[in-house]
Design a protein around this ligand. Structure first.
Ligand SMILES: Cc1cc2nc3c(=O)[nH]c(=O)nc-3n(C[C@H](O)[C@H](O)[C@H](O)COP(=O)(O)OP(=O)(O)OC[C@H]3O[C@@H](n4cnc5c(N)ncnc54)[C@H](O)[C@@H]3O)c2cc1C
Length: 289
């Protein structure tokens, strides 16, 4: 009953695109997802082909999954808590039960480090962002803050400095590793807001005004799921794949933000398509053997 050709963990652009191609190829596909993704934090997605009028990231997410469902993929809000491989098939355990498949796609996205302080969650997508490449455009000529002190923060700082009027660095207690024109090194106390949007950062007892805040504390390592299966990861924690999207385990693929490379919808969708083609070929060959 719960046996599939492919189980996909994740219903974002990578997982939904893989499901779309696999289901259209006539394979029995299950997508397990948590109904929350990087897209849900995105205010607007204006740089994805044909999606300029999509109101929110959350709506793009919902559209992607319903498109995959309309061609036969089974979609369930149910998250993997454990994955096993016995050399022939993968078993995915969730709170609701267990599912097996001959191939598995990990498309669980990247967990981004955030700040557990007042105002951050409240203003995500309303002035608090995690991606300068995505959102710098909205802050042209404005004053923005970057939180972080390492390489990722430097990248975000430089990206924003090219478009914003002023870019302020908040290292949140860490020693800065690069120079900024205005730097605050104390721990951040809270993010303040006005009219429903982030408007300031309280640090060292004083509130520094910003129009937007980019949290650049780095991308967390790959999901514990991948570790439990013995998948190789890069030093930064991204899942390593070959050019077909396959990991070091035959039949086990990864796509999207959980792999190396840019964190963008176009790349995630492309990865989803790539792994789908590889799986279709793999299962076709297996049937011939
Ligand atoms: C604030 C912000 C703004 C952005 N703006 C843009 C933009 O303008 N343009 C752009 O191209 N990109 C943008 N991005 C990046 C874009 O959202 C991501 O690159 C893209 O969503 C990655 O797709 P994905 O499928 O790899 O992962 P995600 O979209 O993150 O999806 C991950 C999926 O995995 C599921 N999941 C996680 N763990 C489990 C589990 N254990 N079991 C089952 N399912 C699980 C989640 O529920 C979700 O369905 C933005 C990101 C952020 C955070």
């Amino acid at each position: 009953m719960n046996e599939y050709d492919t189980i996909i963990l994740g219903g974002g652009p990578a997982g939904a695109t893989a499901a779309l191609y696999l289901a259209r190829a006539g394979l029995k596909v299950l997508v397990l997802h948590g109904n929350a993704s990087a897209l849900h934090k995105a205010e607007r997605i204006q740089n994805y082909y044909g999606a300029a009028d999509t109101p929110t990231g959350a709506e793009l997410y919902a559209r992607g999954l319903s498109q995959a469902e309309s061609v036969g993929a089974e979609i369930r809000i149910d998250q993997a808590t454990f994955c096993e491989y016995d050399g022939a098939q993968f078993t995915v355990t969730t709170a609701a039960g267990a599912y097996t498949a001959r191939t598995l796609v990990i498309a669980t996205g990247a967990a981004r480090r955030t700040l557990d302080i007042d105002g951050v969650k409240e203003y995500e997508g309303k002035g608090v962002s995690y991606c300068a490449v995505c959102d710098a455009f909205f802050y042209r000529g404005k004053r923005v803050g970057v939180v972080g002190a390492g390489e990722f923060a430097r990248h975000e700082y430089e990206t924003l400095s090219r478009v914003a009027k002023e870019t302020v660095l908040f290292t949140n207690g860490e020693r800065p590793t690069f120079d900024a024109t205005e730097t605050y090194t104390d721990r951040i106390e809270k993010v303040t807001g006005e009219n429903g949007r982030a408007s300031g950062v309280t640090v060292g007892g004083k509130t520094v005004q910003v129009d937007g805040l980019f949290i650049a504390l780095g991308v967390l390592g790959a999901a514990a799921i991948s570790k439990s299966l013995g998948i190789m990861t890069t030093p930064e924690g991204a899942i390593e794949t070959d050019k077909t999207g396959m990991t070091n385990i035959q039949g086990l693929y990864a796509a999207g933000d959980c792999t190396a490379g840019v964190k963008q919808v176009s790349k995630a969708a492309c990865d989803g398509m790539t792994v789908a083609f590889a799986i279709i070929a793999e299962l076709k060959n297996a049937r011939r053997d």
